[in-house]
Design a protein around this ligand. Structure first.
Ligand code: NAD
Length: 440
């Protein structure tokens, strides 16, 4: 059956278009997604100009004293894509492949994400080009502090509020917060989110991204009249987003048959013992290395084949561009829940749309993290802290609203959930930009 990626039938088109392989960087991908939604909305060039390009790009060269007393320079970025609906908001990634284009794409997606779930933030993202596994703890702390010190003038609770992303964690956020607080001689927890609970972190932030993904899956299953209980799931990436999603889905009765991380992919047709996998990871420096030796799963020869398994739900929870026009044809899952940012390229999106795959797009599917970050920021500013039950309840409300608004636009315009999510976000942004007008 040919579908539009929203569960409804689409008219069949005659003839096959010749596909062309295109290496696509994340920013090109983000721009194409943005332009597609703008096309449906028919915005004017002035309206587009107000919301499309990043408002500020900061590039840094950070000198850091290494343990052997040498000085090493690290390249780093912070991109503030938008501050129209509120302060820029978005994580900081430590990874050897970080590039300016990647950070620009991630910053734009943050703007869209905050707008889809209707929280009062713009979008931003940061990154340092580094493989943190090559640093000692002391080097990591000095690099983190130097990065935040260099950004001190450009960030703040009302300007730009960073958070964790790939390879950064509550400890790094604590160093960020301390650096800023010492610089301005003022305890300022609201300058970052994703902090440890002892320093103003929010209950439930650690599992929020996965929780948000699961709320979206609940709604998607309802829409598609599918049962999550017994559903087969494959998850790429077993970090914060992936491992917590695995844990929650197993609790809902789903069967997680494959998981992967940088060490490889592990498969068990009968379902992987996720508690054992998490325990194994915790005992092995946060990676699944040699997990097959635990006797709970077999190691797959090619980890990318995890994406092509015969499952009901596929959750990419690692990095961008994992499903491209090179492998989209072979993806069998009925639902793709994008816990990661940008895991499906624009071309793959078209292929999957024609196959009828229901994609819950990243800007909606992983918005649980930033939503609870918003709750953390609110709690920091109030100086009053919520119980976990309130966080969970509020998160469910925001995610359901976001999902329903997106599904509504998808059905209304007969477009994919991704285009629909961009439509929801862009309409809110355009309205806000028009109301603010131009300063001077
Ligand atoms: P993380 O660092 O905790 O985990 C990343 C996981 O991906 C690790 O298990 C790592 O080994 C694995 N990985 C890396 N490269 C891989 C590869 N080539 N193949 C398979 N696995 C690979 O990061 P995270 O916070 O879980 O983030 C994962 C994704 O989710 C990212 O795209 C991130 O931007 C997105 N995300 C995270 C949050 C959050 O709150 N953590 C919020 C929104 C979006």
């Amino acid at each position: 059956m040919s579908q539009n990626g929203n569960g409804t039938k689409a008219p069949k088109k005659n003839g096959r278009k010749k596909r062309r392989y295109m290496t696509m960087n994340a920013y090109t991908n983000a721009m194409l997604q943005f332009d597609q939604a703008v096309g449906v909305l028919g915005l004017t060039s002035d309206q587009v100009a107000m919301i499309k390009d990043p408002r500020k790009i900061i590039q840094l060269s950070l000198p850091v004293r290494m343990d052997d007393s040498s000085i090493r320079i690290f390249h780093a970025y912070r991109v503030q894509h938008s501050v129209i609906r509120g302060p820029a908001k978005g994580g900081v990634r430590f990874h050897q492949d970080v590039s300016l284009d990647e950070v620009k794409a991630l910053a734009l997606w943050m703007t869209m994400k905050c707008s889809v779930v209707n929280i009062p933030f713009g979008g931003g993202k940061g990154g340092i080009v580094v493989d943190p596994r090559t640093l000692s703890l002391g080097e990591l702390e000095r690099l983190s502090r130097r990065y935040f010190a260099a950004l001190a003038e450009d960030i703040g609770p009302d300007q730009d509020v960073p958070a964790p992303d790939v390879n950064t964690n509550p400890q790094v956020m604590a160093w960020f917060m301390d650096t800023y607080s010492m610089r301005y001689n003022e305890y300022t927890p609201a300058v970052v989110t994703g902090k440890p609970l002892e320093l103003g972190g929010s209950k439930g932030r650690d599992i929020a991204t996965a929780q948000g993904t699961c709320y979206c899956l609940d709604e998607a299953a309802k829409h598609l009249e599918m049962d999550l209980e017994g559903a087969k799931v494959a998850i790429q990436g077993f970090g914060n987003a992936g491992s917590n999603a695995a844990d929650m889905l197993v609790k809902k009765g789903a069967k997680v048959v494959a998981i992967s991380d940088i060490t490889g992919a592990y498969y068990n047709e009968k379902g992987i013992d996720i508690k054992a996998a998490i325990a194994w990871k915790n005992q092995h420096k946060s990676i699944l290395t040699d997990f097959e030796q635990a006797g709970k799963a077999e190691k797959m020869d090619d980890p990318m084949k995890l994406l092509e398994l015969p499952v009901d739900i596929l959750i990419p929870a690692a990095l961008e561009n994992q499903i491209s026009d090179q492998n989209a044809d072979r993806v069998q899952a009925r639902i793709i829940a994008e816990a990661a940012n940008g895991p499906v390229t624009h071309l793959a999106d078209q292929i999957l749309g024609k196959k009828g795959t229901f994609i819950i797009p990243d800007i909606l599917c992983n918005a649980g993290g930033v939503t609870v970050s918003y709750f953390e920021w609110v709690q920091n500013r109030m100086g009053f802290y919520w119980p976990k039950s309130k966080v969970t309840e509020e998160l469910r409300w925001f995610m359901r609203k976001g999902f329903k608004a997106t599904l509504h636009e998808s059905l209304k315009h007969n477009v994919s959930m991704r285009v629909a999510a961009f439509i929801v976000a862009i309409e809110r942004l355009t309205k806000a930009a028009e109301l603010r007008g131009l300063y001077a």
